[in-house]
Structures are given as C-alpha cells and as structure tokens.
Design a protein around this ligand. Sequence first.
Ligand SMILES: *[C@@H]1O[C@H](CO)[C@@H](O)[C@H](O)[C@H]1NC(C)=O
Ligand SMILES: *[C@@H]1O[C@H](CO)[C@@H](O)[C@H](O)[C@H]1NC(C)=O
Ligand SMILES: *[C@@H]1O[C@H](CO)[C@@H](O)[C@H](O)[C@H]1NC(C)=O
Ligand SMILES: *[C@@H]1O[C@H](CO)[C@@H](O)[C@H](O)[C@H]1NC(C)=O
Ligand SMILES: [Fe+2]
Length: 474
Amino acid sequence: MRHSRSTSPAAAAAAAATVLVLAIAALSVFCEAGKTSAFVRKAEKTPDMPLDSDVFRVPPGYNAPQQVHITQGNHDGSAMIVSWVTEDEVGSSLVLYGTSENHLEFKAKGKAYTYRFYNYTSGYIHHCTIKHLKHDTKYYYAVGIGHTLRKFWFTTPPKAGPDVPYTFGIIGDLGQTSDSNMTLSHYELNPTKGQTVLYVGDLSYADDHPNHDNVRWDTWARFVERSAAYQPWIWTAGNHEIDFAPELGETRPFKPYNYRYHVPYKASGSTSPFWYSIKRGSAYIIVLASYSAYGKYTPQYQWLEAELPKVNRSETPWLIVLLHSPWYNSNDYHYMEGESMRAMFEAWFVKYKVDIVFAGHVHAYERSERVSNIAYTIANGLCSPVPDQSAPVYITIGDGGNIEGLATIMTEPQPAYSAYREASFGHAVLDVKNRTHAYYAWHRNQDGCAVEADSMWFFNRFWHPAPDSSASVR
Ligand SMILES: *[C@@H]1O[C@H](CO)[C@@H](O)[C@H](O)[C@H]1NC(C)=O
Ligand SMILES: *[C@@H]1O[C@H](CO)[C@@H](O)[C@H](O)[C@H]1NC(C)=O
Ligand SMILES: *[C@@H]1O[C@H](CO)[C@@H](O)[C@H](O)[C@H]1NC(C)=O
Ligand SMILES: *[C@@H]1O[C@H](CO)[C@@H](O)[C@H](O)[C@H]1NC(C)=O
Ligand SMILES: [Fe+2]
C-alpha cells in the first residue's frame, strides 16, 4: 500500500492511478512492490536538550573524567581505544585495566590534546590504546585519579571466525534532542542486546548552533557515554563532522571530530582516519568517507581497491560497508547526493559481494532490494537499477532523531528497488547467527522496545547467496 501525504482527493486519486500503473510495471521486474509505511508521526523539529539536562551532567569532583567512550583499537579486535576529557587540568592519561573488578593489574599510557575552535577552547582530550587483550573477555577499566577515579567495563569480541555470533546496533545522525535520547534508550532496552554500535555519521550537530558552538560536542559525548563507555562505537564521518567555517577563521575540515574521535585506521593500511576497516566476530567492516576524495587515483580509491580483495570470507563471511551519504535513497532529502560515489564503487561491491551497506544522512529509514546499476556506459544508456543477487542490500538509517527533524517527503512513486521506507526515528540491530544467516530488525521509537517495524533474514552472499530481500521471498 502506497501512501501520499497532503494532497487533494482528486490529485491523490490521479496519483494512485499513476502509482498503480507504475506498480504493475514494476511487478514485471520485482515480484512484490515496495512499501511506504503509512505510519504518521509528528514532523516538527525537536530542539536540542537544554544544557542543564540530566543526560549532560558533569561527573562530580575536581577534574573528573567525562565523555568516556571506546572504539576498536586495531584490526582484529584485541585492542581498544579509550578516550575521555578532563576539563580543569590535564591530569592523568593512564588507563588502569584488568579482568577482575577489584584488581586492575595493567596500565597503559595515552596522550592528551587540546584544540581551539573560534573562541572555544577544548578540555584535555585523552586517547589511550590498550593492547594485547584476550578475546571474548570482560575487562574492567578506570580513568582519572584519586577520588575522581571512574570505573567502566567492556567485553572484547571473540576471535574472528566464520560462525561467531555477534550483534551490532546501527544508529545514525543521532544529535542530542529528546528524540535522540529516546533512540538511545530504545537501543539500550532492545531485548536483542547490541554488542557494538555501527555509527553511520553525523554525531553532535554542534554546527547547527551559532559559531558551531563546540560546547555541544562536549554535551553530546556526555550524553552517549552511558553506552559508548561500555561498548565500542565504530565511527563514520558525516557532513556535520566537517565544521568548515571560514567565516570564523576555521578552515581545517573535521578539526573537532579528529581531535575527539580516534579510529584505528593505520591498522588497515589506511592513510586517513576517514576510511578504514576492522574485523569483529564474523564481520568485516569497511568504513568509507563520503566527504573525502574518492575519484580514481585518490588515496581512498586506491585503498579500497587494494582492500576488497583482502577480505577472507572463510574467516569473516559478513562484508558490511558503512558510509554517510546513501547511494540508493528515494527520499526527497539529499536525493542523488550519493550518486558520484556509487558511480565509482558500486561495481566493486557487486564483484566482491558486499552483504549490506549502511548509510545515514537522510533523516528517515529505507531498506532496498538487492539491486545494482552498473551496466551503464555512455554508449549503451543502460541506467536503471536491476535485481542482482550479488548486490548488497542498502539501508539508510539516518533517523537517530537530531535537531533538524524528519525528512518526510518521499520521491513518488516509490522506486521498485525500494523495499520499505518510513520517516520515523529509530535504530536497528543486526544479529549475526553464523556464516549463512543474520537477522536484522529496525525499531521505531514510538513502539515498545521489542516491536520490529521492519525486519529480514539476511542470507550471506558468499556462503548462501539465495534470494533474501522481500522482492523474492516472503
Ligand atoms: C564566543 O563568542 C560569542 C559571540 O560571538 C559569545 O556569545 C560567546 O559567549 C563566546 N564564547 C566564549 C567561550 O568566549
Ligand atoms: C533521557 O533518557 C533517560 C533514559 O530513558 C532518562 O532517564 C532521562 O531523564 C532522559 N533525559 C532527557 C533530558 O530526556
Ligand atoms: C582465510 O581464512 C581461513 C580461516 O581462518 C584460513 O584457513 C585461510 O588460510 C585464509 N586464507 C587466506 C588466503 O589467508
Ligand atoms: C545458521 O543459523 C540459522 C538461523 O539461526 C539456522 O537455521 C541454521 O541452521 C544455522 N546453520 C548452521 C550450519 O548451523
Ligand atoms: Fe548528514
């Protein structure tokens, strides 16, 4: 059932007739037409949570560590980068850690950095990589000194292997409104417990405030600490990380993001923190940069060209790509923005049988069929997406709930490649079971935490390339 908003009954009837004709045309290619959810929620923007909100509370005590967050620290998951901020003085960059809560027997020393942005001066941003961790082990760790020591814990992933079960949360474009808080709460309360967050870019939306008020970078990190200090968030850079503001004298792109969020890019032979890869459980995750050059001969292009053949599907069957600007997006918002990157890389994704591509940017949810659009040459003019069982499913999940509100206007009719779309805030969980099966579900914030608004069983493209998207099975 297709759904159109705010049109007159006559126009709606005419549109419905057109849609019907196109839907029948689409049916000759796709067995089942896609779905535009009729779910309607308020479309107004929500402001950022006030600075004195509970979620932004500064931990008590002089120079207490705040904004604690962790991310994978090397390629195989046996290292972790621990990051935090001290506001009053530099303090200690040590992380104490161990497998017994009351005996943190190991220590590692990190480094602290500060930066200025216009008239803002950051606190001391500490980054410390702790290495040689045992797989599949719970570690306790502490940062700070004396009476402001703060303790947290995390569990390392099992050693990479083809049938290692592992659960990923997927969140994008979160921001720091009460909708953002609801998304994070729903993720935390999801009965399928995510073990790592795949974050598809656009973090704080500080740049939506006057002078890109970098205080909002600090509040955002305090807000997500309740999750990001206990499980790694895998970072992707979005356009709201660019912070390019020549009018403020700030001309170095990604400056606040680079100081605050370190990633293990060197471990995958990357020369830039914006594109890199990690192995985690049975997944190989490639992070790409929508806002760094990707044309032929560029560093990102060369890296990806060399990277894809390295993926060993016998070790990590699930090949997942994260990027910010979606390639297949039938929302009016940011329509076609991902097109030039698609033109560069899509043929590789089909050749190497990428399982899933997660993107953000568009503040709505959309899941594609398995399609590709790689036949085109200027001479043949073949430029329509076609069903392709070697192609990834494209999921846009920029619906974390930020200050800019929902993107409610869809391009009509719904293209045949689009399996499901809806403008609601939410998050998803990908529950990898073994080398052949992974269960995926998207949850909208208005529902109870266990309710799945959209779901599918993914069949691995390397081990079990049977049709799985909704066009062909159900
Ligand atoms: C930065 O400048 C703005 C005005 O341009 C002012 O409102 C704000 O208080 C200043 N912040 C600091 C930290 O000086
Ligand atoms: C954010 O969500 C948490 C957990 O549901 C709740 O305790 C807190 O009061 C919320 N804060 C705001 C400002 O919405
Ligand atoms: C791929 O991984 C499997 C399982 O870990 C291993 O036995 C095999 O040697 C690897 N292949 C290559 C080319 O490294
Ligand atoms: C993989 O997981 C699926 C779903 O849980 C299950 O049906 C299938 O039997 C599993 N395959 C193997 C080889 O265990
Ligand atoms: Fe974006």
